[in-house]
Write a protein that binds this ligand. Structure first.
Ligand code: PLP
Length: 423
């Protein structure tokens, strides 16, 4: 064996075929799935083998318009040639170094994130591999915040309906009982208050509070935006008592709402923002951004860390994604196509309410048939998601065209009817 583990060209072709694809029908793959993968996700809806732009194909050759984008992840669609090329070049140059070292793409991405989120001098970035890890880092940041008093604070405020992730700290911030209860005790101190209620926030935020965690739009709860003025009120209340305002923009950030951050319009500066989903254009990466020198120095050397976080390939993928979003005017597309979808959905029979911004859209149906709509959608060649019994969520690639959106709008009445017939 040599150190490059060279395969002969013929061996390489066979080996690549066996590593990357293999042959099988969807039902054959699913049988293998159920005997080898842990059952936490239930049975996957389809076995997907290939994607291009907003389209994906399953193991049986069926084509789908992907209106979920890997849950708000595939910002530039599937197999974007530019992102693919940058990832391949970076991997072929330097793939991983650990955080005993740094690399140019890691530094350039941190600078880029600070620039596009209007961070003041002294702001900093910590990279992770996922959204939950970004929130774990934010949780630890909050535990170090004494509001300048030096006295430890352990209380954290989050909202009913909140989803912040599945690891123990992030799970403590997540509201849903079914996710929490089997794993108690969770890290203590998190209090959930009613969603969007400024009076409840006023009552909860005092000198014992280390941080308030908010999603500008609750994604998993069915695309529920905070009411206008709420973020501004939260900023004022937290600033008054030295509590951190931490915005979870894991789902809403990096162009999803037609802006870099969904919280932009509120005109406030939070103390920290967490990012993940769309940041790497499909490559796993997350980030915690801390604003200003004080918050940015709460975690001292040695107090947090990660092996993979900020890896050269992941940061190159994110740099490529952000570059393409900027140079190809993708934010404007997300705003325009999102607006088109929302106004068209709002007048469809059977749709009772439409929410969201840009290409993060939730809409309610006039019956509890959302899971059946997901199934009927798949049969009709559309991937959508049901975060609730009568709610559908769309989070397609930000490059979705109006023509592609129209194919879904045209098909929707029949999909809804098929779902109702199947009930
Ligand atoms: C998806 C999500 C998370 C968790 O991200 P993972 O990468 O799945 O760990 C956290 N917060 C919000 C708002 C999310 O949408």
């Amino acid at each position: 064996m040599n150190e490059t583990v060279d395969l002969s060209p013929a061996d390489e072709k066979d080996a690549k075929a066996s590593v990357m694809t293999g042959i099988g029908s969807g039902s054959e793959w699913l049988a293998r799935y159920s005997s080898s993968l842990m059952g936490v996700f239930g049975t996957p809806q389809r076995v997907l083998v290939r994607g291009a732009g907003c389209l994906v194909w399953d193991a049986d050759g069926k084509e789908y318009l992907d209106l979920l984008g890997g849950i708000a992840v595939n910002a530039l669609g599937h197999a974007n040639p530019f992102v693919t090329s940058v990832i391949s070049s970076q991997l072929a140059t330097l793939g991983h170094v650990s955080n005993f070292f740094t690399s140019p793409t890691q530094i350039a991405l941190a600078e880029k994130l600070l620039a596009i989120t209007d961070a003041p001098a002294g702001s900093k970035v910590f990279f992770t591999n996922s959204g939950t890890e970004a929130n774990e880092a934010a949780f630890k940041l909050a535990r170090r915040n004494t509001g300048g008093s030096g006295a430890k604070r352990t209380k954290i405020i989050a909202l009913e309906g909140a989803f912040h992730g599945r690891t123990m700290g992030a799970l403590a911030l997540t509201a849903k009982e079914a996710y929490r209860t089997p794993f108690e005790p969770l890290p203590a101190g998190v209090v959930h208050i009613p969603f969007g209620d400024v009076e409840a926030l006023k009552d909860a935020v005092d000198e014992t509070v280390a941080a308030v965690f908010l999603e500008p739009i609750q994604g998993e709860a069915g695309v529920r935006p905070l009411p206008p003025g709420y973020l501004r009120a939260a900023r004022e209340l937290t600033a008054r008592v030295g509590a951190l305002l931490i915005l979870d923009e894991v789902q809403t950030g990096m162009g999803r709402t037609g802006k870099w951050l969904a919280s932009e319009d509120a005109g406030i500066m939070p103390d920290a923002v967490t990012l993940a989903k769309g940041l790497g254009g499909g490559f796993p990466i997350g980030a915690l951004i801390t604003y200003g020198p004080e918050t940015s120095s709460l975690l001292a050397a040695g107090q947090h860390g990660t092996t993979f976080g900020g890896n050269p390939v992941a940061t190159a993928a994110a740099l490529a994604t952000l570059h393409a979003i900027e140079s190809q005017h993708v934010l404007a597309n997300a705003s325009a196509v999102g607006e088109h979808l929302r106004s068209a959905l709002a007048v469809l029979p059977g749709v009772t309410e439409v929410r969201g911004e840009g290409l993060l859209i939730g809409f309610d149906l006039d019956a509890d048939v959302a899971p059946a709509v997901v199934q009927a959608g798949l049969d009709a060649g559309f991937i959508v998601n049901s975060p609730g019994p009568r709610t559908i969520r769309l989070a397609p690639p930000l490059v979705l065209t109006t023509a592609q959106a129209d194919t879904f709008l045209d098909a929707f009445p029949a999909i809804l009817q098929a779902a109702k017939d199947a009930q």
